[in-house]
Design a protein around this ligand. Structure first.
Ligand code: PEP
Ligand code: MG
Length: 757
């Protein structure tokens, strides 16, 4: 059975469109089960009826014609009850309804099973036979297994194949929606420009050279051409970008110059491979290594590399440069939109971006944000082949693309655009100075600083420092561990940028979804494995080097605070503090003028919540990582799309943990911050202050909205809301309480992208 299934799934995956996929299913099942008929009915979203979509055994001309209402017939009965039906004598069943056009009158026995995807019944697979018999347990099991295996494929094919290509009147259907991740906020309407990669590395057939010097020359010439091209694109974009973001193009250029890429290719050419073959192997090998990592940032490096490789290949193969002509209202759409593709477009006519792959963390997203262009990332079901030149709405707030929008939907979106514009202009009017509640209670807003300094000058007066500097970036952007000196330079830049404000630097937090290409951690359950402080305590040399670099970087600035990730026991805190003390003594004896830094604990594991009283006695401050704390309290893998709609930081179980941490911190008089995504969600702002947080640390993009929101609530109101929320029984209830409180105050419920999906 496994073999049958494997082959069936393979064939369906390779099918060109929905009809082909369904036909393969019915033909194979009929043959395997040796029945008279196998048919598939799918729910027609427009009519709410079960429409016959494919059959082997019934009258083929009834396909897409024969249909049954939601509760009608045996099919309707399977569909509404969501349970299989196995009948020896189907016509005798009270629900039986004869479909004349199908010619099914000769069939007696009936076995129907629902095809369910994400709790929704998409359709029904039916087998029928002329003889009167009950289908065996094995046959039931086979059909149920097939239905379960195929449901996701059918769901995908149904969307991407645009199930109902023609309406009854022969028009194209309107308002077809595709979900993605909210990339860059904003909404726009434009014409899809679908871009293909310049050349495919995978299509290169392996070949040899008998003149390696010639091939090396060709490769180097191609490399140089791409370099010139990238420099030109970087320059053309630089007028639209802040200085820091042009770093992306420098990164590309550095990748080209990096001896690992060029050196390895030349080495392979010298050993006999021709240039395209050598390039293919080196690039694809590197890409595979990057893509195998779960860390979204590193995955993006894989995408960058692939794009670079394709560009060099297209030069090697002497592909002519495509003459690019775009409409004035272009929406750039591609399997994997790259920064270079962006750079090739005229920034004036580029209205939106849609990428089938990628996430809100990708380089393209960072660039799009600086250009102020709405983007939807990870729109996995988008049928790229069909949508060139099509009108589309890009909704970067909700992470949605609407193809061929109707007048009605366009109007609706225009209202949303107006709301978003109102919000944006309100946010522009926010005054200078620190955040307070409406009754003047001072709140510390802190910055989660990233590798691309995104803080605008006017935002500086709103913050009291950096609440989270993720040092992983210094490690992720290299092909080996950074040296103490290299780290010191990066940390010093960060500390100096925000001096005299304090900067919280987190020690290396790898493991879980963050891997290093040169230090692989392969585990069955990485989130419950070797992560954060567990890794660096097992490798004190990494920890010692890093803290030495941090402390040396703080000489003369003295604004460093050290934060320990993933602490789950008191012993880990003690062991880490001993190492920090050791570094302090070492550096003092080496003559460095340093002060012992404050050492804080990230509270992101349930055991740390329950041990918060004890931890608070020995830590200088707490910072709650709500991303991980939510994941561990609710047992929802934060990277698993299948359960992502259950990831809910507003869940009362999470809020009760937060309250406990605040109470423990307060009792021992240490500051308690929150630095996960929740801190930047305006819907959570008043709630978090009410729970007792002193500091909220968020990305620059969230500061304005959080500051504005807090200014509308008094401290007693915040506390009252927190009490109400804690007593709620679900995250939904909490959101409702907060949404009501915001609406009464005329606050927008629009949220920064990536939050509260
Ligand atoms: C968190 O877990 O909330 C956090 C801030 O850390 P990271 O997202 O880097 O794991
Ligand atoms: Mg974390």
């Amino acid at each position: 059975m496994l073999d049958i299934l494997r082959r069936l799934v393979q064939a369906v995956t390779e099918a060109e469109n929905l009809d082909d996929a369904l036909n393969i299913i019915v033909t194979r099942i009929k043959a395997t089960m040796q029945t008279g008929v196998c048919s598939i009915y799918l729910l027609d979203d427009k009519t709410g009826c079960w429409l016959l979509m494919a059959t082997d055994g019934l009258n083929p001309s009834s396909v897409r014609i024969a249909s049954l209402c939601k509760n009608e017939g045996l099919v309707g009965s399977v569909g509404t009850r969501g349970k299989l039906l196995n009948l020896e004598d189907a016509p005798k069943h009270p629900a039986f309804r004869f479909l004349e056009e199908t010619g099914e009158e000769i069939f007696q026995s009936f076995l129907g099973v629902p095809v369910v995807h994400q709790r929704e019944t998409l359709g029904i697979i039916v087998v029928q036979q002329t003889t009167r018999r009950r289908f065996s347990g094995d046959e039931e099991a086979l059909l149920v297994t097939v239905a379960a295996q195929l449901s996701a494929l059918i769901a995908h094919a149904k969307i991407s194949g645009r199930l109902y290509l023609q309406t009854d009147t022969g028009e194209n259907p309107k308002d077809i929606r595709f979900k993605g991740a909210a990339g860059i906020s904003g909404i726009t309407v434009g014409t899809a420009v679908v871009r293909k990669p310049p050349a495919y590395l995978k299509h290169v057939k392996d070949g040899k050279t008998d003149n390696p010097d010639h091939d090396i020359g060709e490769f180097q010439a191609a490399l140089a051409e791409v370099k010139v091209e990238l420099e030109r694109i970087g320059e053309s974009l630089s007028g639209h970008l802040q200085h820091e973001e042009t770093v992306l193009f420098d990164t590309y250029l550095r990748m080209l110059e990096d001896h690992t890429l060029g050196g390895e290719v030349c080495q392979r050419i010298r050993s006999g491979e021709n240039a395209p073959t050598a390039l293919k192997h080196v690039v694809l090998d590197l890409v595979t290594r990057f893509e195998a990592m779960q860390d979204p940032y590193l995955k993006e490096r894989g995408t960058d590399l692939k794009d670079l490789g394709r560009r060099i290949l297209s030069k090697l193969l002497r592909y002519g440069d495509e003459l690019l002509k775009y409409p004035d209202d272009a929406i750039l759409v591609a399997e994997d939109v790259t920064p270079v593709m962006l750079g090739e477009m005229d920034a004036g006519s580029l209205l939106g971006i849609v990428s089938v792959k990628g996430s809100a963390n990708s380089h393209v997203a960072i660039l799009a944000r600086s250009l102020g262009i709405p983007a939807v990332m990870g729109a996995v079901d988008l049928p790229l082949a069909d949508i060139s030149g099509v009108k589309m709405i890009v909704d970067g707030w909700r992470g949605e693309v609407v193809i061929e929008p109707s007048e009605m939907i366009l109007k609706e979106y225009q209202y949303a655009v107006r709301d978003a514009e109102n919000l944006a202009s309100e946010l522009l009017r926010i005054s200078d100075g620190p955040a307070t509640t409406s009754d003047g209670y001072r709140i510390h807003l802190l910055l989660n600083s990233g590798p691309f300094g995104e803080l605008l000058e006017r935002q500086r007066s709103w913050i009291d420092g950096v609440g989270l500097y993720r040092t992983e970036f210094a490690f992720l952007s290299r092909s080996r561990f950074p040296t103490e000196d290299e780290q010191e330079i990066e940390y010093r830049e960060e500390l100096a940028t925000y001096s005299p404000m304090p900067v919280v630097m987190r020690t290396l937090d790898i493991g879980g979804d963050k891997g290093l290409p040169y230090f692989s951690i392969d585990e069955e359950n990485p989130f419950l494995g070797w992560r954060g402080i567990r890794v660096t305590l097992d490798h004190p040399e990494i920890f010692l080097t890093q803290t030495r670099a941090m402390l040396k970087a703080s000489v003369g600035l003295n604004n460093l605070r050290v934060l320990l990730p993933m602490i789950s026991t008191l012993e880990e805190l003690r062991a880490s503090k001993l190492l920090v003390d050791r570094v302090v003594h070492e550096l003092l004896s080496e003559g460095f003028v340093i002060k012992p830094p404050q050492v804080g604990v990230m509270i992101e594991v349930p055991s740390a919540v329950y041990m918060a009283d004890e931890l608070a006695l020995e830590a200088d401050f707490f910072s709650v990582g709500s991303n991980d704390l939510t994941q561990y309290i609710l047992a929802i893998d934060r990277t698993n799309a299948r359960v992502s709609d259950m990831f809910d930081s507003f869940h009362p179980a999470v809020l009760r943990a937060l309250r406990q941490v605040c109470d423990s911190g307060r009792a021992r008089d240490i500051p308690v911050a929150l630095c996960g995504e929740m801190a930047g969600d305006p819907m959570a702002s008043a709630l978090l202050i009410g729970l007792g947080f002193d500091e909220l640390s968020m990305s620059a993009a969230s500061l304005a909205q959080v500051k504005r929101t807090l200014g509308e609530f008094s401290l007693p109101e915040c506390r009252e809301l927190a009490t109400k929320a804690i007593q709620s029984t679900s995250g939904h209830e909490v959101i409702q309480v907060m949404a009501d409180a915001m609406m009464i105050r005329g606050l927008s419920l629009l949220v920064p992208p990536g939050l509260r999906e």
